[in-house]
Write a protein that binds this ligand. Structure first.
Ligand SMILES: [Zn+2]
Length: 424
C-alpha cells in the first residue's frame, strides 16, 4: 500500500472510531444525563445583567459558558446552581445578597418551561426537564446563624460549601487571600461542628470544596451523612490547594462521599491551558485511590475563566465521556459518575435527615467574641434591676444599639437646642 493510501486508511479508521465512541457516549448520556455539581451562571447574571432576567433570553446567552441550549447539547440533566456572594460581603450584607442570588435562580428555574426547580432526590430523579438544584457557596452566607441556615433550607437550598476563599468565624478556607478570622485551630470550631450537625439534621449536603484540608478532615470525622466536594480535582495530578489529596480521598471513600471533578484549567493542569486528556487523568487517578463510586462531575463553568481545549462550556461534556469510553471505562462506571453517585449521596443525606426527624432544631449560638464585628448588632440580656429592663418581661432582649441611642439621643437633642440660638 502506498504511503498516501496508508495515511488515508488511518485517517478514515480514526474518524470512524471517534464517531463510534461519540455515539456510545451520547447513548450513555441519554440514559443517564449528567448531574453537574457546580455552576456559577447566577453570578454572571448578577455581574452582566444585575439579575434582570427580563432583559435576556436564557436559551442563548453571550459572554457566558451556560445557557439552556448548551445545557441540552451537553446532555446536562440536572445543574446545581451556586448562590454565591463574594467574601467581601462577609460582615456586611452577605445574607441579603445570598437571598437575591437564590431569588434569581428560583425565577430562572421556574419561568422557563425547559427548567425545573427540584428540592429532593426523588424530584431530581423524576424530572424530565433540566433540573435545577440550589447550593450556597460559602458559609459566610449564613452569618454564623443556624436560624438563617434553616431559612435557606426552607427556600430550597440543598447544599452549602462551608467556606469560599475566606475563613468564617467557624470554619477555615483552603485560601488565605482574605484576612477574615485568622486561623486558630486549622479546622472547625465547636459552632462549626454544630453547623455540620444541623445540616445533617436538615438534609442539606455538606460541600467541602474551598474548605481547608483540616476542616474537611474534621467534617468527615463528625458528619453522619456522606459529604461532597462539589467542584474540586485531584491534588496528585495538579498540586493546587483547591484540590483533594489522596489521604482525604481515602477518607471520602470510607464515608461514601463524592468528589465532583472541576474542569477549570487552573485546577486541572495548574496552568492557563489544559486538554481533555489531563481531565481524564484526574478521573483515572481518583478511581485508583477512591473507586468510581466516589466520583462525579462539577464543571465550575461561569465560576472560572480558563477551561481546557474541547471543554470550553457546558455543551462539551460528551467529549469528556467520549474520552473515558476510549479509555475503557465501563457503562456502569460512567453511569455512576454521570448521575448515579450523586443520587445515591443525596438519598443517603435524606435518609440521615429522616432518621433524625424527631430531633428539635439546634439552638446552638456562636460565642459573641467569635463573631464580633462592627456591623453586627449585639443583642444582650438586660441586667436585672437595670433601668433598661423591659417592664413586661425580664427576658426581653434589649439592643445595646438602642440603649446607646436612648441615652445619647436626648442628650444630643438638648445640646442642639442649647446651640441653636448661636447658630441662627
Ligand atoms: Zn468555587
Amino acid at each position: 500500500m502506498s504511503p498516501v493510501r496508508v495515511l488515508l486508511f488511518c485517517f478514515l479508521c480514526t474518524s470512524s472510531c471517534a464517531s463510534e465512541l461519540r455515539e456510545r457516549a451520547l447513548r450513555l448520556m441519554a440514559r443517564d444525563p449528567l448531574i453537574d455539581g457546580h455552576n456559577d451562571l447566577a453570578l454572571q447574571l448578577r455581574i452582566l445583567h444585575n439579575n434582570k432576567l427580563s432583559h435576556i433570553r436564557l436559551y442563548n446567552l453571550s459572554n457566558v459558558a451556560t445557557d439552556i441550549n448548551r445545557l441540552k447539547t451537553g446532555r446536562v440533566g440536572a445543574q446545581v446552581f451556586a448562590a454565591y456572594v463574594m467574601c467581601t460581603a462577609q460582615e456586611k450584607d452577605a445574607v441579603r445578597l445570598t437571598l437575591e442570588q437564590i431569588d434569581v435562580i428560583q425565577r430562572m428555574c421556574t419561568s422557563y418551561p425547559d427548567l425545573e426547580l427540584v428540592t429532593s432526590a426523588q424530584g431530581l430523579e423524576q424530572s424530565t426537564k433540566t433540573a435545577c438544584l440550589i447550593s450556597i457557596e460559602g458559609g459566610h452566607s449564613i452569618d454564623s446563624s443556624l436560624a438563617t441556615l434553616r431559612m435557606f433550607y426552607q427556600l430550597g437550598v440543598r447544599s452549602m460549601a462551608l467556606t469560599h476563599t475566606c475563613n468564617t468565624p467557624w470554619a477555615e478556607s483552603s485560601s488565605n487571600i482574605y484576612s477574615f478570622y485568622p486561623k486558630k485551630n486549622q479546622s472547625l470550631t465547636s459552632f462549626g461542628e454544630a453547623v455540620v450537625r444541623e445540616m445533617n439534621r436538615l438534609g442539606m449536603i455538606v460541600d467541602l470544596s474551598h474548605s481547608s484540608w483540616d476542616t474537611a478532615r474534621s467534617v468527615l470525622e463528625i458528619s453522619t451523612a456522606p459529604v461532597i466536594f462539589s467542584h474540586s480535582s485531584a491534588f496528585a495530578v495538579c498540586q493546587h490547594n483547591r484540590n483533594v489529596p489522596d489521604w482525604l480521598l481515602v477518607m471520602l471513600k470510607e464515608k461514601r462521599g463524592l468528589i465532583m471533578v472541576n474542569m477549570h484549567s487552573g485546577f486541572i493542569s495548574c496552568g492557563e491551558k489544559g486538554n481533555i486528556s489531563v481531565v481524564a487523568d484526574h478521573f483515572e487517578h481518583i478511581r485508583k485511590v477512591a473507586g468510581f463510586e466516589s466520583i462525579g462531575i462539577g464543571g465550575d463553568y461561569d465560576g472560572a475563566s480558563k477551561f481546557p481545549d474541547g471543554l470550553e462550556d457546558v455543551s462539551k461534556y460528551p467529549a469528556l465521556i467520549q474520552e473515558l469510553v476510549r479509555r475503557n471505562w465501563t457503562e456502569t462506571e460512567l453511569a455512576a459518575i454521570l448521575r448515579r453517585n450523586f443520587l445515591r449521596v443525596f438519598k443517603e443525606v435524606e435518609k440521615v435527615r429522616d432518621r433524625q426527624s424527631s430531633q428539635p432544631p439546634s439552638e446552638a449560638e456562636i460565642p459573641l467574641a467569635d463573631a464580633a464585628n462592627p456591623c453586627r448588632l449585639i443583642l444582650t440580656r438586660p441586667v436585672s434591676g437595670s433601668v433598661f429592663r423591659d417592664a413586661s418581661s425580664s427576658n426581653v432582649n434589649v439592643l445595646t444599639c438602642s440603649v446607646v441611642s436612648s441615652v445619647l439621643l436626648p442628650f444630643l437633642l438638648l445640646l442642639l437646642l442649647l446651640l441653636l440660638p448661636t447658630a441662627v
